[in-house]
Ligand binder design. Structure first.
Ligand SMILES: Nc1ncnc2c1ncn2[C@@H]1O[C@H](COP(=O)(O)OP(=O)(O)OP(=O)(O)O)[C@@H](O)[C@H]1O
Ligand SMILES: [Mg+2]
Length: 332
């Protein structure tokens, strides 16, 4: 059976006065029904641009490659056809909940909006659906709160409203862009549990975008690590944590806070800055920050700087784009 979502060699470029920004430069991944793909990488690595392109919301960008949902090609579809796909079959929770909730409409009106269009439902049926969805995402007194406005909700409750909005039309695919970043850990755990429960009930395929590997460990089945608009590593989640092959992934794992950290321990960030997306260096874009490149022989070092690594298989489902992977190719 074909996967729910198949993305092949996706490229997204923006023309800017400074030059062409290659925000996403050849990403491929797939998501099966009932599974979660974690999309991780530091700020600016192309996570949001990837997800917006999948949803056809890449205003003004040049998008190439294939985006198939249930086998149907979405890249190149007109706005009207995309409108049917969005909300009905694929839904997105945006990175910034306040900007995607309208301050002048009640949450009920906003949850019901797409539902009413897609199911040709009247106002009363739309409101009933909104109440039902608010209850499903665990908002107390949904019949009263449905008529309130976004500013009357706390941050965590607004995130729940966003989830209710995204799921009101029963989509098959949910793309959640940092759905818990601004929330405290307890609320974050509640939101992730909520998405997981709905996923189990409905076989939803989920793309969970985050820069938080703790979230990935909790919810993802597969992981795609992005660096500078490209895939650095792709692996099943247990494998990624147990045997990261790309030094960048290793760096991300090392920057996770540990249980034995004292409060004043410095955060272990990866030194250096992200690569240029306008004039990328010819070799590996991580090489200037890579400890393995620095420690390598002159010959290997030169190769990292000159030749762009392509994704190579290391084990079933595990690939890394690195000349000096931490797991030697072919050994496992
Ligand atoms: N409309 C645009 N025009 C030009 N460049 C853009 C545009 N939108 C995004 N970019 C660039 O594309 C790159 C990827 O951005 P993106 O928002 O996908 O990053 P991200 O991985 O989601 O980061 P964050 O973790 O901060 O949300 C960034 O360098 C960004 O500046
Ligand atoms: Mg983003």
């Amino acid at each position: 059976m074909a996967p729910l979502l198949e993305v092949e060699d996706l490229k997204v470029a923006f023309d800017t006065p400074r030059g062409t920004v290659r925000a996403v430069d050849g990403i491929s991944f797939s998501v099966e029904a009932g599974r979660t793909l974690g999309l991780v990488g530091e700020s600016g690595s192309g996570k949001s641009v990837t997800s917006l392109a999948v949803m056809g919301l890449h205003r003004g960008a040049a998008v190439t490659g294939s985006i198939r949902l249930h086998g149907q090609e979405l890249n190149g579809l007109g706005e009207k056809e995309l409108g049917t796909v969005r909300g009905r079959r694929a839904a997105m929770i945006f990175q910034d909940p306040l900007s995607s909730l309208h301050p002048f409409y009640t949450v009920g009106e906003q949850i019901a909006e797409h539902y009413r269009v897609h199911f040709k439902a009247n106002r009363k049926a739309g409101r009933a659906r909104a109440v039902e969805m608010l209850a499903e995402v665990g908002i107390p007194e949904p019949a009263r709160r449905v008529d309130e406005y976004p500013h009357q909700f706390s941050g965590g409750m607004r995130q729940r409203v966003m989830i209710a909005m995204a799921l009101a039309c029963e989509p098959d695919l949910l793309i959640a862009d940092e759905p818990t970043t601004a929330l405290d850990v307890t609320v974050q755990a509640q939101i992730l549990d909520l998405i997981a429960r709905i996923q189990q009930e409905r076989g939803l395929g989920v793309v969970m975008i985050t820069h938080d590997l703790g979230v990935v460990a909790r919810v993802a089945h597969e992981v795609l690590v992005m660096y500078g608009g490209r895939a650095a590593e792709q692996a099943p989640v247990d494998r990624l944590f147990a045997q990261p092959a790309h030094p960048y992934t290793r760096g991300l794992l090392d920057s996770l806070p540990r249980l034995d950290d004292t409060d004043d321990a410095p955060l272990r960030a990866i030194p250096g800055s992200p690569p240029s997306l306008i004039a990328p260096a010819p070799g590996c874009s991580f090489a200037p920050r890579c400890a393995r490149t620095t420690a390598a022989s002159a010959e290997e070092h030169a190769r990292c700087l000159a030749e762009r690594p392509v994704l190579g298989p290391l084990a079933p489902g595990h690939q890394a784009a690195c000349h000096l992977p931490l797991v030697p190719e072919g050994v496992l």
